[in-house]
Design a binder for this molecule. Structure first.
Ligand code: DX5
Ligand code: ZN
Length: 217
């Protein structure tokens, strides 16, 4: 089994001091910074984009995982790569038949690529492209907001994708995002997730280092 990596979602951070928040996450033991980009069209919320990524880049040496919840992600992948993303993930729901092409485009910019599915999208939709990915992201909430409740049907998808990854023999990460807490984290790990996104469970904690350690353990 691969090492467990904890990826704080800075959607739950204080945007007025984002650089400091990112630096603090590294000091608290985070492994990855999860960067949620929302455009107000693909999802019903707006977060941040290219400039914020550029500005926080000097505050951490951790990999930055840009989760693009935007329509036409292909228009922006090159600029997100340039702004400092280490991995860019795009939704099947945003790319549909072009997903393979968009993943190849991401790869061609020199960063890692990943495919994401929403809670109501079956694994079947991305099965063929999984071997092309560096990471697969399973949403355990409908994207748009932090602090939502974990949707348990994500566990079956994790198991299904973990089996596909194992069969492929490739080194592919499996990430879970949405509603992860110290209480349910064991379930997602057992189902095969090795990259654990958590927003509110980390940023709302009084002791953030302890919250990260509890998720990792
Ligand atoms: C949801 C985002 C998540 C979110 C997770 O649209 O993609 O990354 O910030 O937040 P929590 O852990 O609070 O559900
Ligand atoms: Zn996310």
């Amino acid at each position: 089994m691969k090492n467990i990596q904890i990826a704080p979602s800075i959607l739950s951070a204080d945007f007025a001091k984002m650089g400091e928040e990112v630096r603090a996450m590294q000091a608290c033991g985070a492994d990855v910074i999860h960067y949620d980009v929302m455009d107000g069209v693909f999802v019903n919320n707006i977060t941040f984009g290219l400039k914020m990524l550029e500005d926080i880049r000097p505050y951490t040496s951790l990999p930055i995982d840009a989760h693009l919840m935007i329509v036409h992600p292909e228009k922006y992948v090159e600029r997100f790569a340039k702004a400092g993303a280490d991995i860019i993930t795009v939704h099947w729901e945003a790319c549909k038949d072009n997903l393979r092409e968009v993943l190849e485009l991401i790869r061609s910019t020199g960063v890692k690529c990943g495919a994401v599915i929403n809670p109501d999208t079956p694994v079947e939709k991305i099965r063929d492209v999984i071997p092309l990915c560096d990471m697969v992201l399973v949403m355990s909430v409908f994207p748009g907001f932090g602090g939502q409740k974990f949707i348990p049907s994500a566990l079956d998808k994790l198991r299904e994708i973990r089996a596909i990854i194992d069969e492929s023999g490739k080194d592919i990460d499996l990430e879970i995002d949405g509603g992860i807490t110290a209480e349910n984290v064991r379930l997602v790990k057992e189902a095969g997730a090795n990259v654990i996104v958590a927003g509110s469970a980390i940023f709302k904690a009084v002791d953030r280092a302890a919250a990260i350690a509890a998720l990792k353990e």
